[in-house]
Design a protein around this ligand. Structure first.
Ligand SMILES: Nc1ncnc2c1ncn2[C@@H]1O[C@H](COP(=O)(O)OP(=O)(O)OP(=O)(O)O)[C@@H](O)[C@H]1O
Length: 904
């Protein structure tokens, strides 16, 4: 049996440590917690426990090869060409991988002695937060690595630094312990570097979200210290564009931890991290994790993009645009002026359909510049990344030329036009003339430079072509000399060039006079292979020409790469501008095509929406061929009267309460991110914090009951909402006994009104709450209108003044298909409860009345009979055989069966 590279290098059966195993253990010991991809020839091999984990995770065969200390060595391997797919799978499953490459030619190792081992080094640690390859990343989502640091227990002593190393975007923000939760919910990092002390401090204060456990990477305290950070930060951000000493101590510590980890994972190659934007949490609308989940902003509660607000409004045409849209949606602004500036730009493109269409068309040809640049910086880029830069620059210049011809551009578009216009044209021209149209992924594959770009390269290529012609001539000559017409000169990876003749002619070449010329190499079933001295020489010449050509191409690639990297800052700015223009044009497209209106945004306490719609439900309802009912909301108030208004929303189940509540919260988000809103008009005084709690759900996985979750979340609102906040509460207090729930809901409404003074919508099935409108001046009652028709309830989805007197729960239960006997029994119980609650019966009396009711099991099921009769009549009908007259008669007959059943 053939030896595997492992056996050949490791020594198949050994009780002592072979040099290779010693090398393996040494590398493994300095990379604990990582699966080691150990390069052997054309495979990455995994051994021992790593092999067991990987084979189970990847579904690949686990073999046993050789022994170590008397035990079998488990092994599995992935071929190099497919390694990316396997790596991707492992990372998605939460594993971390160390890539260990051979860093010298095996021939060099041999020179040191036959037993010597090829030098190997870990060249990269792959973790969820340090991915850069397109294969591993979602093109339309950012992939953040975050680091949390804490300088001591107390307020505002935390800082969070985060970066997407696939684009270089970097941020840092000082936070209080309470803000940590909101910020992490907003950023949703793929990996969080977390020192033990910071984790413990959050756990102690009940501020550690269980979901973080799965993304946390523990780091030692010294990795997140402000002292050790300084030299790292100065090296990572050279020049004078950023001064790390301007950061807080916690900020320096967090950013230092992040930069250190990136450097370690990339083994010295530095990602092009941009000078960090300090992003004070106070500049964006604060939206906590529960609110994000309940409003389904970026993801639905099931974790899908489909059905989220993001998906419904994402009409961007580029991946960087989609990423920026998601970032903006996750962080609506808090300053009216900044919001209005964005709205001015959107507005200009809403009004100019032609310009919008043209820009969107041109943006489609702008590739993902930032990610290409990052791959090049990390020495993972190829010729396609260079081409990508060239194309992005070209697109930017075309767009800028077009925009600059437009009159009266608002400031945002003016700024974008200037940035795009400053794109490095020279780089684009150089890359366009250097790079071929059809490009290989890797530079080392060669063949990517255009003919005519480099004279020496053209000469080497010509030489290669000429030598090929010489090979053809040689084949013809050998054919004549041997008189074997089927003689061919071929090439393969093992033998290189060789002469091949069918087996029947092989003997002839082994004999005189040909044996002087032909040297036997291989005998196959049907053919025999030879070489000749002349062919071997020719082969050498061809290989030398190819090597020389590749060397030239690699040198040119290195030069072009350096040219691109020298312009990193300008190119990153350009990438930002393209993404911003894409988002602006996409929001304008949504606004213009869906009948959205420009909101008025100021610093008042207004919240006046007329004709508001739910941006996601509207699309779904329309797709089903129905129309969405628009509704007004006015929660406006002022400082003079103690704050904003609170609407108590009552109405039947399925009446549209949740939709109404959420649509107003979503309108606030859309408005403050700088988008038009689904309404006829909207006037919103900036919302500083948004809270939304819809119903209650179990958090069993984390040991919290429905009611506990609900109360923790309600407490967060009552403690944190301010006068400028918007609070949307749906059915708070329903997870416990009726009276407890009602009392909590009652007290919560009073607190929101009296203490907080925020603008609020409060949906409830506790109709008793509506009496609060009499005593609390800014509380108003509204209800979802319904119409009853022939015992059935019809939802109008219309909000009107007043309070609902009932919930129509039983009618909704019937619609949901609860068995008819259960429905009629429920009606009986409800009648008794309603009669009694109108009177003065005590609960024990009520119970005894309920006891008197006929037993459930004895209930007749009349509706069933009626249905049976209808079904029978339907079964006998043969529609194709009926005359029009008979069809009408059949219809009357069906109606009669139902009427009779009702009378009985
Ligand atoms: N304004 C509207 N126009 C058209 N259809 C609507 C409207 N509002 C809601 N609907 C439809 O009614 C359905 C139920 O709405 P929703 O979930 O908001 O009711 P609800 O009153 O909150 O019910 P429950 O009290 O049972 O939670 C929605 O899924 C949607 O299809």
């Amino acid at each position: 049996m053939d030896q595997t590279p492992f056996e050949a290098e490791a020594g198949a059966v050994t009780a002592t440590l072979t040099p290779m195993m010693a090398q393996y253990f040494e590398i493994k010991s300095v990379n604990p917690g990582y699966l080691l991809f150990y390069r052997m020839g054309d495979f990455y091999e995994l051994f021992f426990e790593d092999a067991e984990i990987a084979s189970a995770a990847l579904g690949i065969v686990l073999t046993k090869r050789g022994k170590h200390l008397g035990e079998d060595i488990g092994m599995c391997g992935v071929p190099i060409h497919a390694a990316n797919d396997y790596l991707n799978k492992l990372i998605k499953l939460g594993h971390r991988v160390a890539i260990c490459e051979q860093v010298e030619d095996p021939a060099e190792a041999k020179k040191r002695g036959s037993k010597s081992v090829v030098k190997r080094e870990v060249v990269r640690l792959v973790t969820p937060g340090t991915l850069t390859e397109d294969d591993h990343l979602d093109a339309r989502s950012a992939n953040y690595l975050a680091a949390l640091a804490m300088v001591r227990h107390g307020d505002a002593d935390f800082a969070l630094a985060w970066a997407d190393i696939s684009t270089g975007e970097t941020f840092v923000s000082d936070l209080s312990a309470e803000q940590v939760q909101d910020e992490l919910a907003r950023i949703a990092p793929a990996e969080l570097l977390l020192p033990d002390a910071a984790r413990q401090a959050l756990v102690d204060r009940h501020l550690f979200a269980p979901a973080w456990a799965s993304i946390a990477t523990p780091i030692p305290a010294e990795a997140a210290s402000s002292e050790t950070a300084m030299p790292l930060l100065r090296a990572a951000f050279p020049g004078d564009r950023f001064d790390p000493s301007a950061l807080s101590r916690a900020g320096r510590a967090a950013l230092g931890a992040l930069v250190g980890y990136v450097g370690e994972s990339q083994k010295g190659r530095m990602a092009p991290l941009r000078p960090p934007q300090s992003n004070p949490a106070e500049t964006v609308m604060s939206i906590d994790a529960a609110t994000r989940a309940s409003l389904e902003i970026l993801l639905t509660q099931r974790g899908q993009t489909r059905g989220s607000l993001r998906q419904s409004i994402d009409l961007t045409v580029t991946a960087p645009g989609a990423r920026l849209l998601a970032t903006r949606l996750a962080a609506p602004l808090r300053q009216a002026a900044a919001v209005n500036e964005r709205l001015d730009a959107v507005s200009r493109l809403v009004d100019d359909t032609l310009l919008r269409g043209r820009l969107r068309q041109e943006l489609k040809s702008a590739p993902d510049l930032a990610r290409a640049l990052s791959r090049l910086a990390l020495e993972r880029g190829g010729p396609r990344d260079l081409a990508c830069i060239g194309k992005a620059v070209a697109a930017a210049l075309t767009i800028s030329a077009h925009l600059s011809r437009q009159p009266d551009l608002p400031p945002v578009l003016e700024r974008l036009t200037a940035t795009l216009g400053a794109a490095p044209q020279d780089l684009a021209s150089e890359f366009a003339s250097a790079l071929d149209d059809d490009l290989p992924l890797l530079a080392r594959d060669g063949g990517f430079l255009r003919a005519g770009y480099d004279g020496t390269l053209d000469e080497e290529r010509a030489l290669g072509r000429e030598t090929r012609a010489v090979v053809a001539a040689l084949q013809a000559r050998l054919m004549d000399e041997t008189d074997v017409r089927s003689l061919k000169i071929k090439h393969n990876g093992v033998l290189g060039f060789f002469v091949e003749v069918p087996a029947t002619h092989g003997q002839k070449l082994l004999e005189a006079p040909h044996r002087e010329t032909f040297i036997h190499r291989q005998t196959l079933a049907n053919a025999m292979r030879f070489t000749t001295t002349e062919l071997a020489e020719l082969e050498g010449r061809i290989a030398r020409a190819q090597d020389a050509a590749l060397e030239i191409e690699l040198a040119v690639f290195a030069r072009l790469r350096a040219q691109a990297l020298a312009r990193t800052a300008a190119l990153q700015g350009l990438a930002d501008a393209l993404a911003e223009l894409d988002v602006t044009a996409a929001l304008a497209e949504v606004s213009a095509t869906r009948g959205y209106c420009r909101p008025t945004i100021d610093d008042s306490l207004h919240f006046a929406i007329s004709g508001g719609r739910h941006p996601v439900v509207e699309l779904m309802v329309k797709a089903e061929g129905h129309s969405f009912v628009a509704n007004d909301a006015d929660l406006s108030g002022s400082e003079d009267i103690g704050g904003g208004s609170l609407w108590l929303v009552t109405g039947p189940n399925m009446g549209g309460k949740s939709t109404f509540l959420r649509q107003n919260a979503l309108i606030a988000i859309l408005a403050q991110m700088g988008c038009y809103v689904p309404a006829d008009s909207a006037h919103i005084g900036v919302v500083d914090r948004l809270f939304s709690r819809v119903g209650a759900s179990d958090d069993i996985a984390h040991g919290r009951s429905t009611f506990m979750v609900e109360m923790v979340e309600t407490a967060a609102i009552l403690n944190r909402a301010t006068r400028r906040s918007l609070v949307v509460l749906d059915e708070i207090g329903r997870g416990t006994a009726t009276f407890d729930g009602l009392s909590i809901a009652w007290a919560a409404v009073e607190a929101l009104h009296e203490t907080t003074g925020c603008r609020a919508l409060f949906a409830t099935h506790f109709h008793e709450l509506t009496s609060l409108a009499k005593t609390l001046s800014r509380v108003a009652n509204v209800t979802m209108k319904v119409r009853e028709w022939e015992g059935e309830v019809v939802f109008l989805h219309e909000v009107g003044p007043g309070a609902a007197d009932r919930s129509y729960g039983i009618q909704v239960a019937r619609l949901a298909g609860l068995p008819e006997p259960v429905i009629s029994r429920a009606k009986q119980v409800l009648d008794v409860l309603e009669q009694r609650s109108a009177g003065t019966a005590s609960s024990s009396q009520k119970a005894s009345v309920l006891d008197d009711l006929p037993l459930f099991a004895h209930q007749p099921a009349p509706a069933r009979k009626e249905k049976d009769a209808v079904y029978e009549a339907l079964d006998t009908l043969r529609p194709d055989e009926l005359t029009p007259r008979q069809a009408i008669d059949a219809l009357y007959q069906l109606k009669k069966i139902r009427d009779d059943a009702r009378r009985n």
